[in-house]
Design a protein around this ligand. Structure first.
Ligand code: ADP
Ligand code: MG
Length: 677
């Protein structure tokens, strides 16, 4: 049975059981769902007389097997294998049981590497099995699994082979019509092929089937959630044209047409009885804060409360400031509040009291906002900045403060291709800010080798002398013996005492106290500091328009998306911004860094990252965590589209999910982890 313990399989004792559990395998279902990470092709049987060095499989009899210790800790078994074309030497290291286990006059399959050892060509450490219809470890395409110490792929294959009968009797999990329409192989066939393909094309068939199922389940879960959210009641927030016009007229700039379009989408959403559930995706510097403020404006004017959550305190403080400035002409400043961890208990209590009395209708804060004792009875709109940093549970908690389901808006700079966004965040409507404010110059990005540091500093001095400021980012806080890269402490000291003696240098990192961090950030904003040496704590969202230089130490240590985010901290006004990517040594820059030099477009870079690193790249930046495609490739647009469409049809046709036991189990599980209610 699927939920039987592994110890019910022959050969699994406590020892192996424990090790398998490290891999997350604790019952038979886990075992058959433990998919290989790659395959090695041992399917072609060679004649011994035709052997070429490399990966080979043979079929023949094995004679003269003898084992001996050559020294302590090193045992060698040698044997001769013969087929009707010739003979070859086989060597096993440290497998003393081998000689006695081999049966004379029986035919074996042997798969291993044919290579030079002690000046003789031999088959080294091969797998070896009696010839049969269904070998597990030889003479076929062999799956390779992710392992832990003390477990080999051979062992895993053997175990799966023992439950092959069960695999072959697995029931279908998807609706039959779907299997036919999409030309998929059956579930049981797919599970067998993923572990034991007979030929290469079987792997593709299995992956298509299992990948389709993953995307189909996730799409179904998010579409069902969407359907349910659509049925919920929220607050209808009327659109007041005069108000919007007054706000826009008082802006120091014109909105981009992308901003106008997105704001309009949001206003239409707010004007419904059902809750808005929208994500605004916009590259760094595309102006998401104004968009969020315009959404809030409408909600506040109708008497609702708005909660705006940011991932860090620095960012929350900055948003509060920006929003206060933006709302200044609207006479709404006194309705604004801030709630962050580093405030004193007294200050916090005061804010909470004012929230309770509706004196504050627009609250900006960090996770402190979701504390139990913050009440917001009139909460009508929740905005989450850089939403991938918040867990679903936290969002739910915040929403639970409202009387009805509040409208939900999330802002993210993670450029996720649209098909992907639709699947991973399926229940969200997606708006894309695909345009940057006009007057903005592309940031000049340059890769710098450490030998040219002095020259670079001369260029930077010119900028500083113009009254501009510089961020310096280091991968570490303190020097580390393990990593030879510049730390915040080291660079800070060097700059302060030597290279930039004449300037005010400060430092910032995540280990500092909240109040200290705020002070430093404020000093930088108020130009009391010319240079801020920091870790990536400033990565998300920080807006210091006067900063024009971003110097990234050991740039090769950062991912492409992160570098792009960091670069986005400068060149936010109309002046030229500069980004210098300092290499940690004088080796050649990676394609990643060169890509960054060639483009300022976050979406383009995300696509490039997908190509360079595979779909895991974007996936990593999502930090979604719970949803885990094991087979489906996130860049397989065709697969994602067809599975998504199939899920849509399934819902449109009102098919009863409960008819499919496995499917409904999985979908309901996914619904819980992705649902925002
Ligand atoms: P992000 O999308 O990265 O959160 P912000 O909202 O912080 O971007 O905006 C970046 C900067 O651009 C801010 O200084 C903001 O005032 C400015 N800005 C926003 N919209 C426009 C616009 N339409 N024209 C010019 N500047 C703008
Ligand atoms: Mg932002």
């Amino acid at each position: 049975m699927l939920d039987d313990k592994l110890t019910s399989i022959k050969g699994v004792g406590d020892e192996i059981n424990k090790k398998l559990s490290i891999l997350g395998i604790s019952n038979i279902a886990d075992l058959i769902n433990y998919f290989p990470k790659r395959y090695e092709d041992y399917s072609i049987i060679s004649s011994i007389s035709d052997l070429r060095p490399g990966v080979v499989s043979l079929r023949g009899k094995i004679v003269q097997a003898k084992g001996r210790y050559v020294r302590r800790g090193l045992h060698i078994t040698e044997a001769i294998m013969s087929d009707n074309s010739g003979s070859v030497r086989i060597v096993w290291f440290n497998q003393p049981y081998r000689a006695n286990a081999l049966k004379p006059n029986q035919e074996y399959y042997v798969s291993g590497n044919y290579e030079l050892s002690n000046s003789r060509f031999s088959i080294m450490n091969p797998s070896c099995e009696l010839v049969s219809e269904f070998p597990a470890n030889t003479a076929r395409i062999l799956p390779v699994y992710k392992l832990t110490k003390g477990i080999t792929s051979n062992q895993i294959r053997k175990l799966i082979k023992q439950v092959i009968g069960l695999i072959r009797s697995l029931e279908e999990t998807l609706p039959k019509e779907l299997i036919d329409n999409e030309k998929l192989i059956s579930y049981s066939q797919a599970i067998e092929y993923i572990h034991f393909p007979n030929k290469t094309s079987d792997i593709g068939l299995a992956e298509k089937r299992l990948g389709f199922e993953e995307v189909f389940e996730l799409s179904l879960a998010s579409l069902l959630n969407k359907k349910e959210i659509d049925l919920l009641n929220s607050f209808k927030i009327d659109f007041k044209q005069d108000l919007a016009k007054k706000f826009v007229d008082n802006l120091p700039f014109d909105l981009t047409s992308a901003q106008r379009k997105v704001v309009w989408q949001i206003y239409q959403d707010l004007n419904q009885e059902k809750p808005m559930n929208r994500m605004v995706e916009g590259d760094v510097g595309s102006g998401k804060t104004v968009v969020a403020t315009m959404a809030s404006l409408m909600a506040i004017s109708e008497g609702f409360q708005v909660a705006f959550m940011a991932p860090t305190e620095i960012l929350a403080r900055q948003h509060a400031q920006t929003i206060a400035d933006l709302l200044d002409p609207m006479d709404m400043k006194d309705k604004l509040g801030l709630l962050v961890g580093s405030m004193t208990t007294k200050e916090k209590d005061e804010v909470k009291k004012r929230l309770n009395k509706f004196e504050i209708s627009f609250i900006v804060g960090t996770h402190a906002l979701i504390e139990e004792n913050v009440s917001m009875d009139k909460l009508g709109l929740v905005i989450v900045d850089e939403q991938q940093r918040f867990g679903v549970a936290q969002r739910k908690k915040l929403m639970s403060k409202a009387q009805k389901m509040p409208h939900f808006l999330s802002l993210t700079a993670t450029p996720i291709p649209r098909t992907l966004a639709l699947t991973v965040f399926g229940e969200l409507d997606v708006s894309i800010l695909d345009e940057k404010p006009k007057a903005r110059l592309p940031i000049k990005t340059k890769i710098v080798s450490p030998n040219s540091r002095k020259q670079l500093y001369e260029e930077i001095v010119a900028e500083l002398n113009n009254g501009r400021q510089m961020f310096v980012i280091c991968p570490l806080i303190t020097d580390s013996a393990a990593l030879d890269v510049n730390s915040v402490e080291k660079i800070y000291k060097q700059m302060k005492e030597i290279d930039f003696k004449k300037y005010n240098v400060g430092f910032l990192h995540g280990k500092m106290k909240g109040v200290e961090k705020n002070q430093i950030m404020e000093d930088f904003l108020n130009r009391k500091l010319d240079i801020l040496v920091s870790t990536t704590v400033i990565e998300v969202g920080v807006d210091v328009p006067n900063a024009s230089v971003m110097l990234i130490e050991a740039a090769d240590r950062f991912g492409l998306a992160q570098l792009h985010q960091l670069r986005g901290r400068v060149g936010r006004g109309t002046d030229q911004g500069y980004c210098y990517l300092m290499l940690s040594d004088s080796s050649k820059p990676s394609p990643r860094l060169r890509a960054l030099v060639s483009s300022n477009d976050g979406f383009k870079l995300a696509e490039l990252d997908l190509k360079l690193r595979g779909p895991g790249a974007i996936y990593g930046t999502l930090q979604h965590g719970i949803i885990d495609f094991r087979i489906a490739r996130l860049d397989d647009v065709t697969l994602i589209k067809s599975a998504r469409n199939a899920a849509k049809n399934f819902i449109d046709e009102n098919i009863d999910l409960d008819k499919y036991k496995e499917l409904s189990l999985k979908v309901n599980k996914l619904r819980i982890v992705t649902n925002l209610n």
